[in-house]
Design a protein around this ligand. Sequence first.
Ligand code: PGA
Length: 264
Amino acid sequence: MVKKGKLSSGKTRKKIIVGNWKMYITDKRQAKEIFGKIKRKMLKVEMVKTVICPPVSFLGSLSLAAKGNLFLGSQDVFFENQGSFVGENGPEMVKSAGASFVIIGHSERRARGDSDEVVSRKIAVALSFDLTPVICVGEKERDDAGKYLSFLETQIRESLSKVSGRFLGKLIIAYEPVWTIGRPFKDAMKPAEFEETALFIRKILSDLYKNEDVLSVPVLYGGSVSSINAGELLKEGKADGFLVGRESVSPTHFGEIVEIVEKS
Ligand code: PGA
């Protein structure tokens, strides 16, 4: 496994929390109410950037409220910008609806057919429209022989195959081991496991780009994040932030996570 030291990010910068609302909220009024509460919380927050990713159909009605350290993101984007693609949302569409970030390669989309090739095209198109991609990677399971490491390496190399080094400053990696998503909060990844894997991810980036800028790519943790585990994942695991699912639609619980990160 990779040695600590050179490859740790080490720099002080704002942490990032991405809230992935999935399809939990189906009513616009409720979406506005939750977003309003999160916004009030964010007014007092200085050291955390929060990106809320609602269902794409609600982006427009929340966009005016996204200010300061509160941003909007899309949960996905199509890899073409325009044309006869029924039901898709291209980069210009999500951007003009208010998104400045986009989650790409979430395991729930990969499970429904997004291959590494598709993910790489989505990342490339997002970058070309100046959207910040939050690139999800993560193994489905762990094995003692360490096969998950080569799985992860292939996933990262192929997902980033169309990204040139000049975009490194725009990338966010969300490491979400699939086996920790949607679990009881006590089953989130252990901080030491996260730290070790984040170093492995940085090592892959460093081999790929041979560029010091890889140190500034935030590596977030995702998978059953809550106020119960956020503190230790930041402190001991040295996470650069989180991708939060279920807890992001509870303004109170999400606010607690934001507070923990703000104070870290
Ligand atoms: P969870 O979801 O926080 O509910 O586990 C995380 C995710 O799927 O991004």
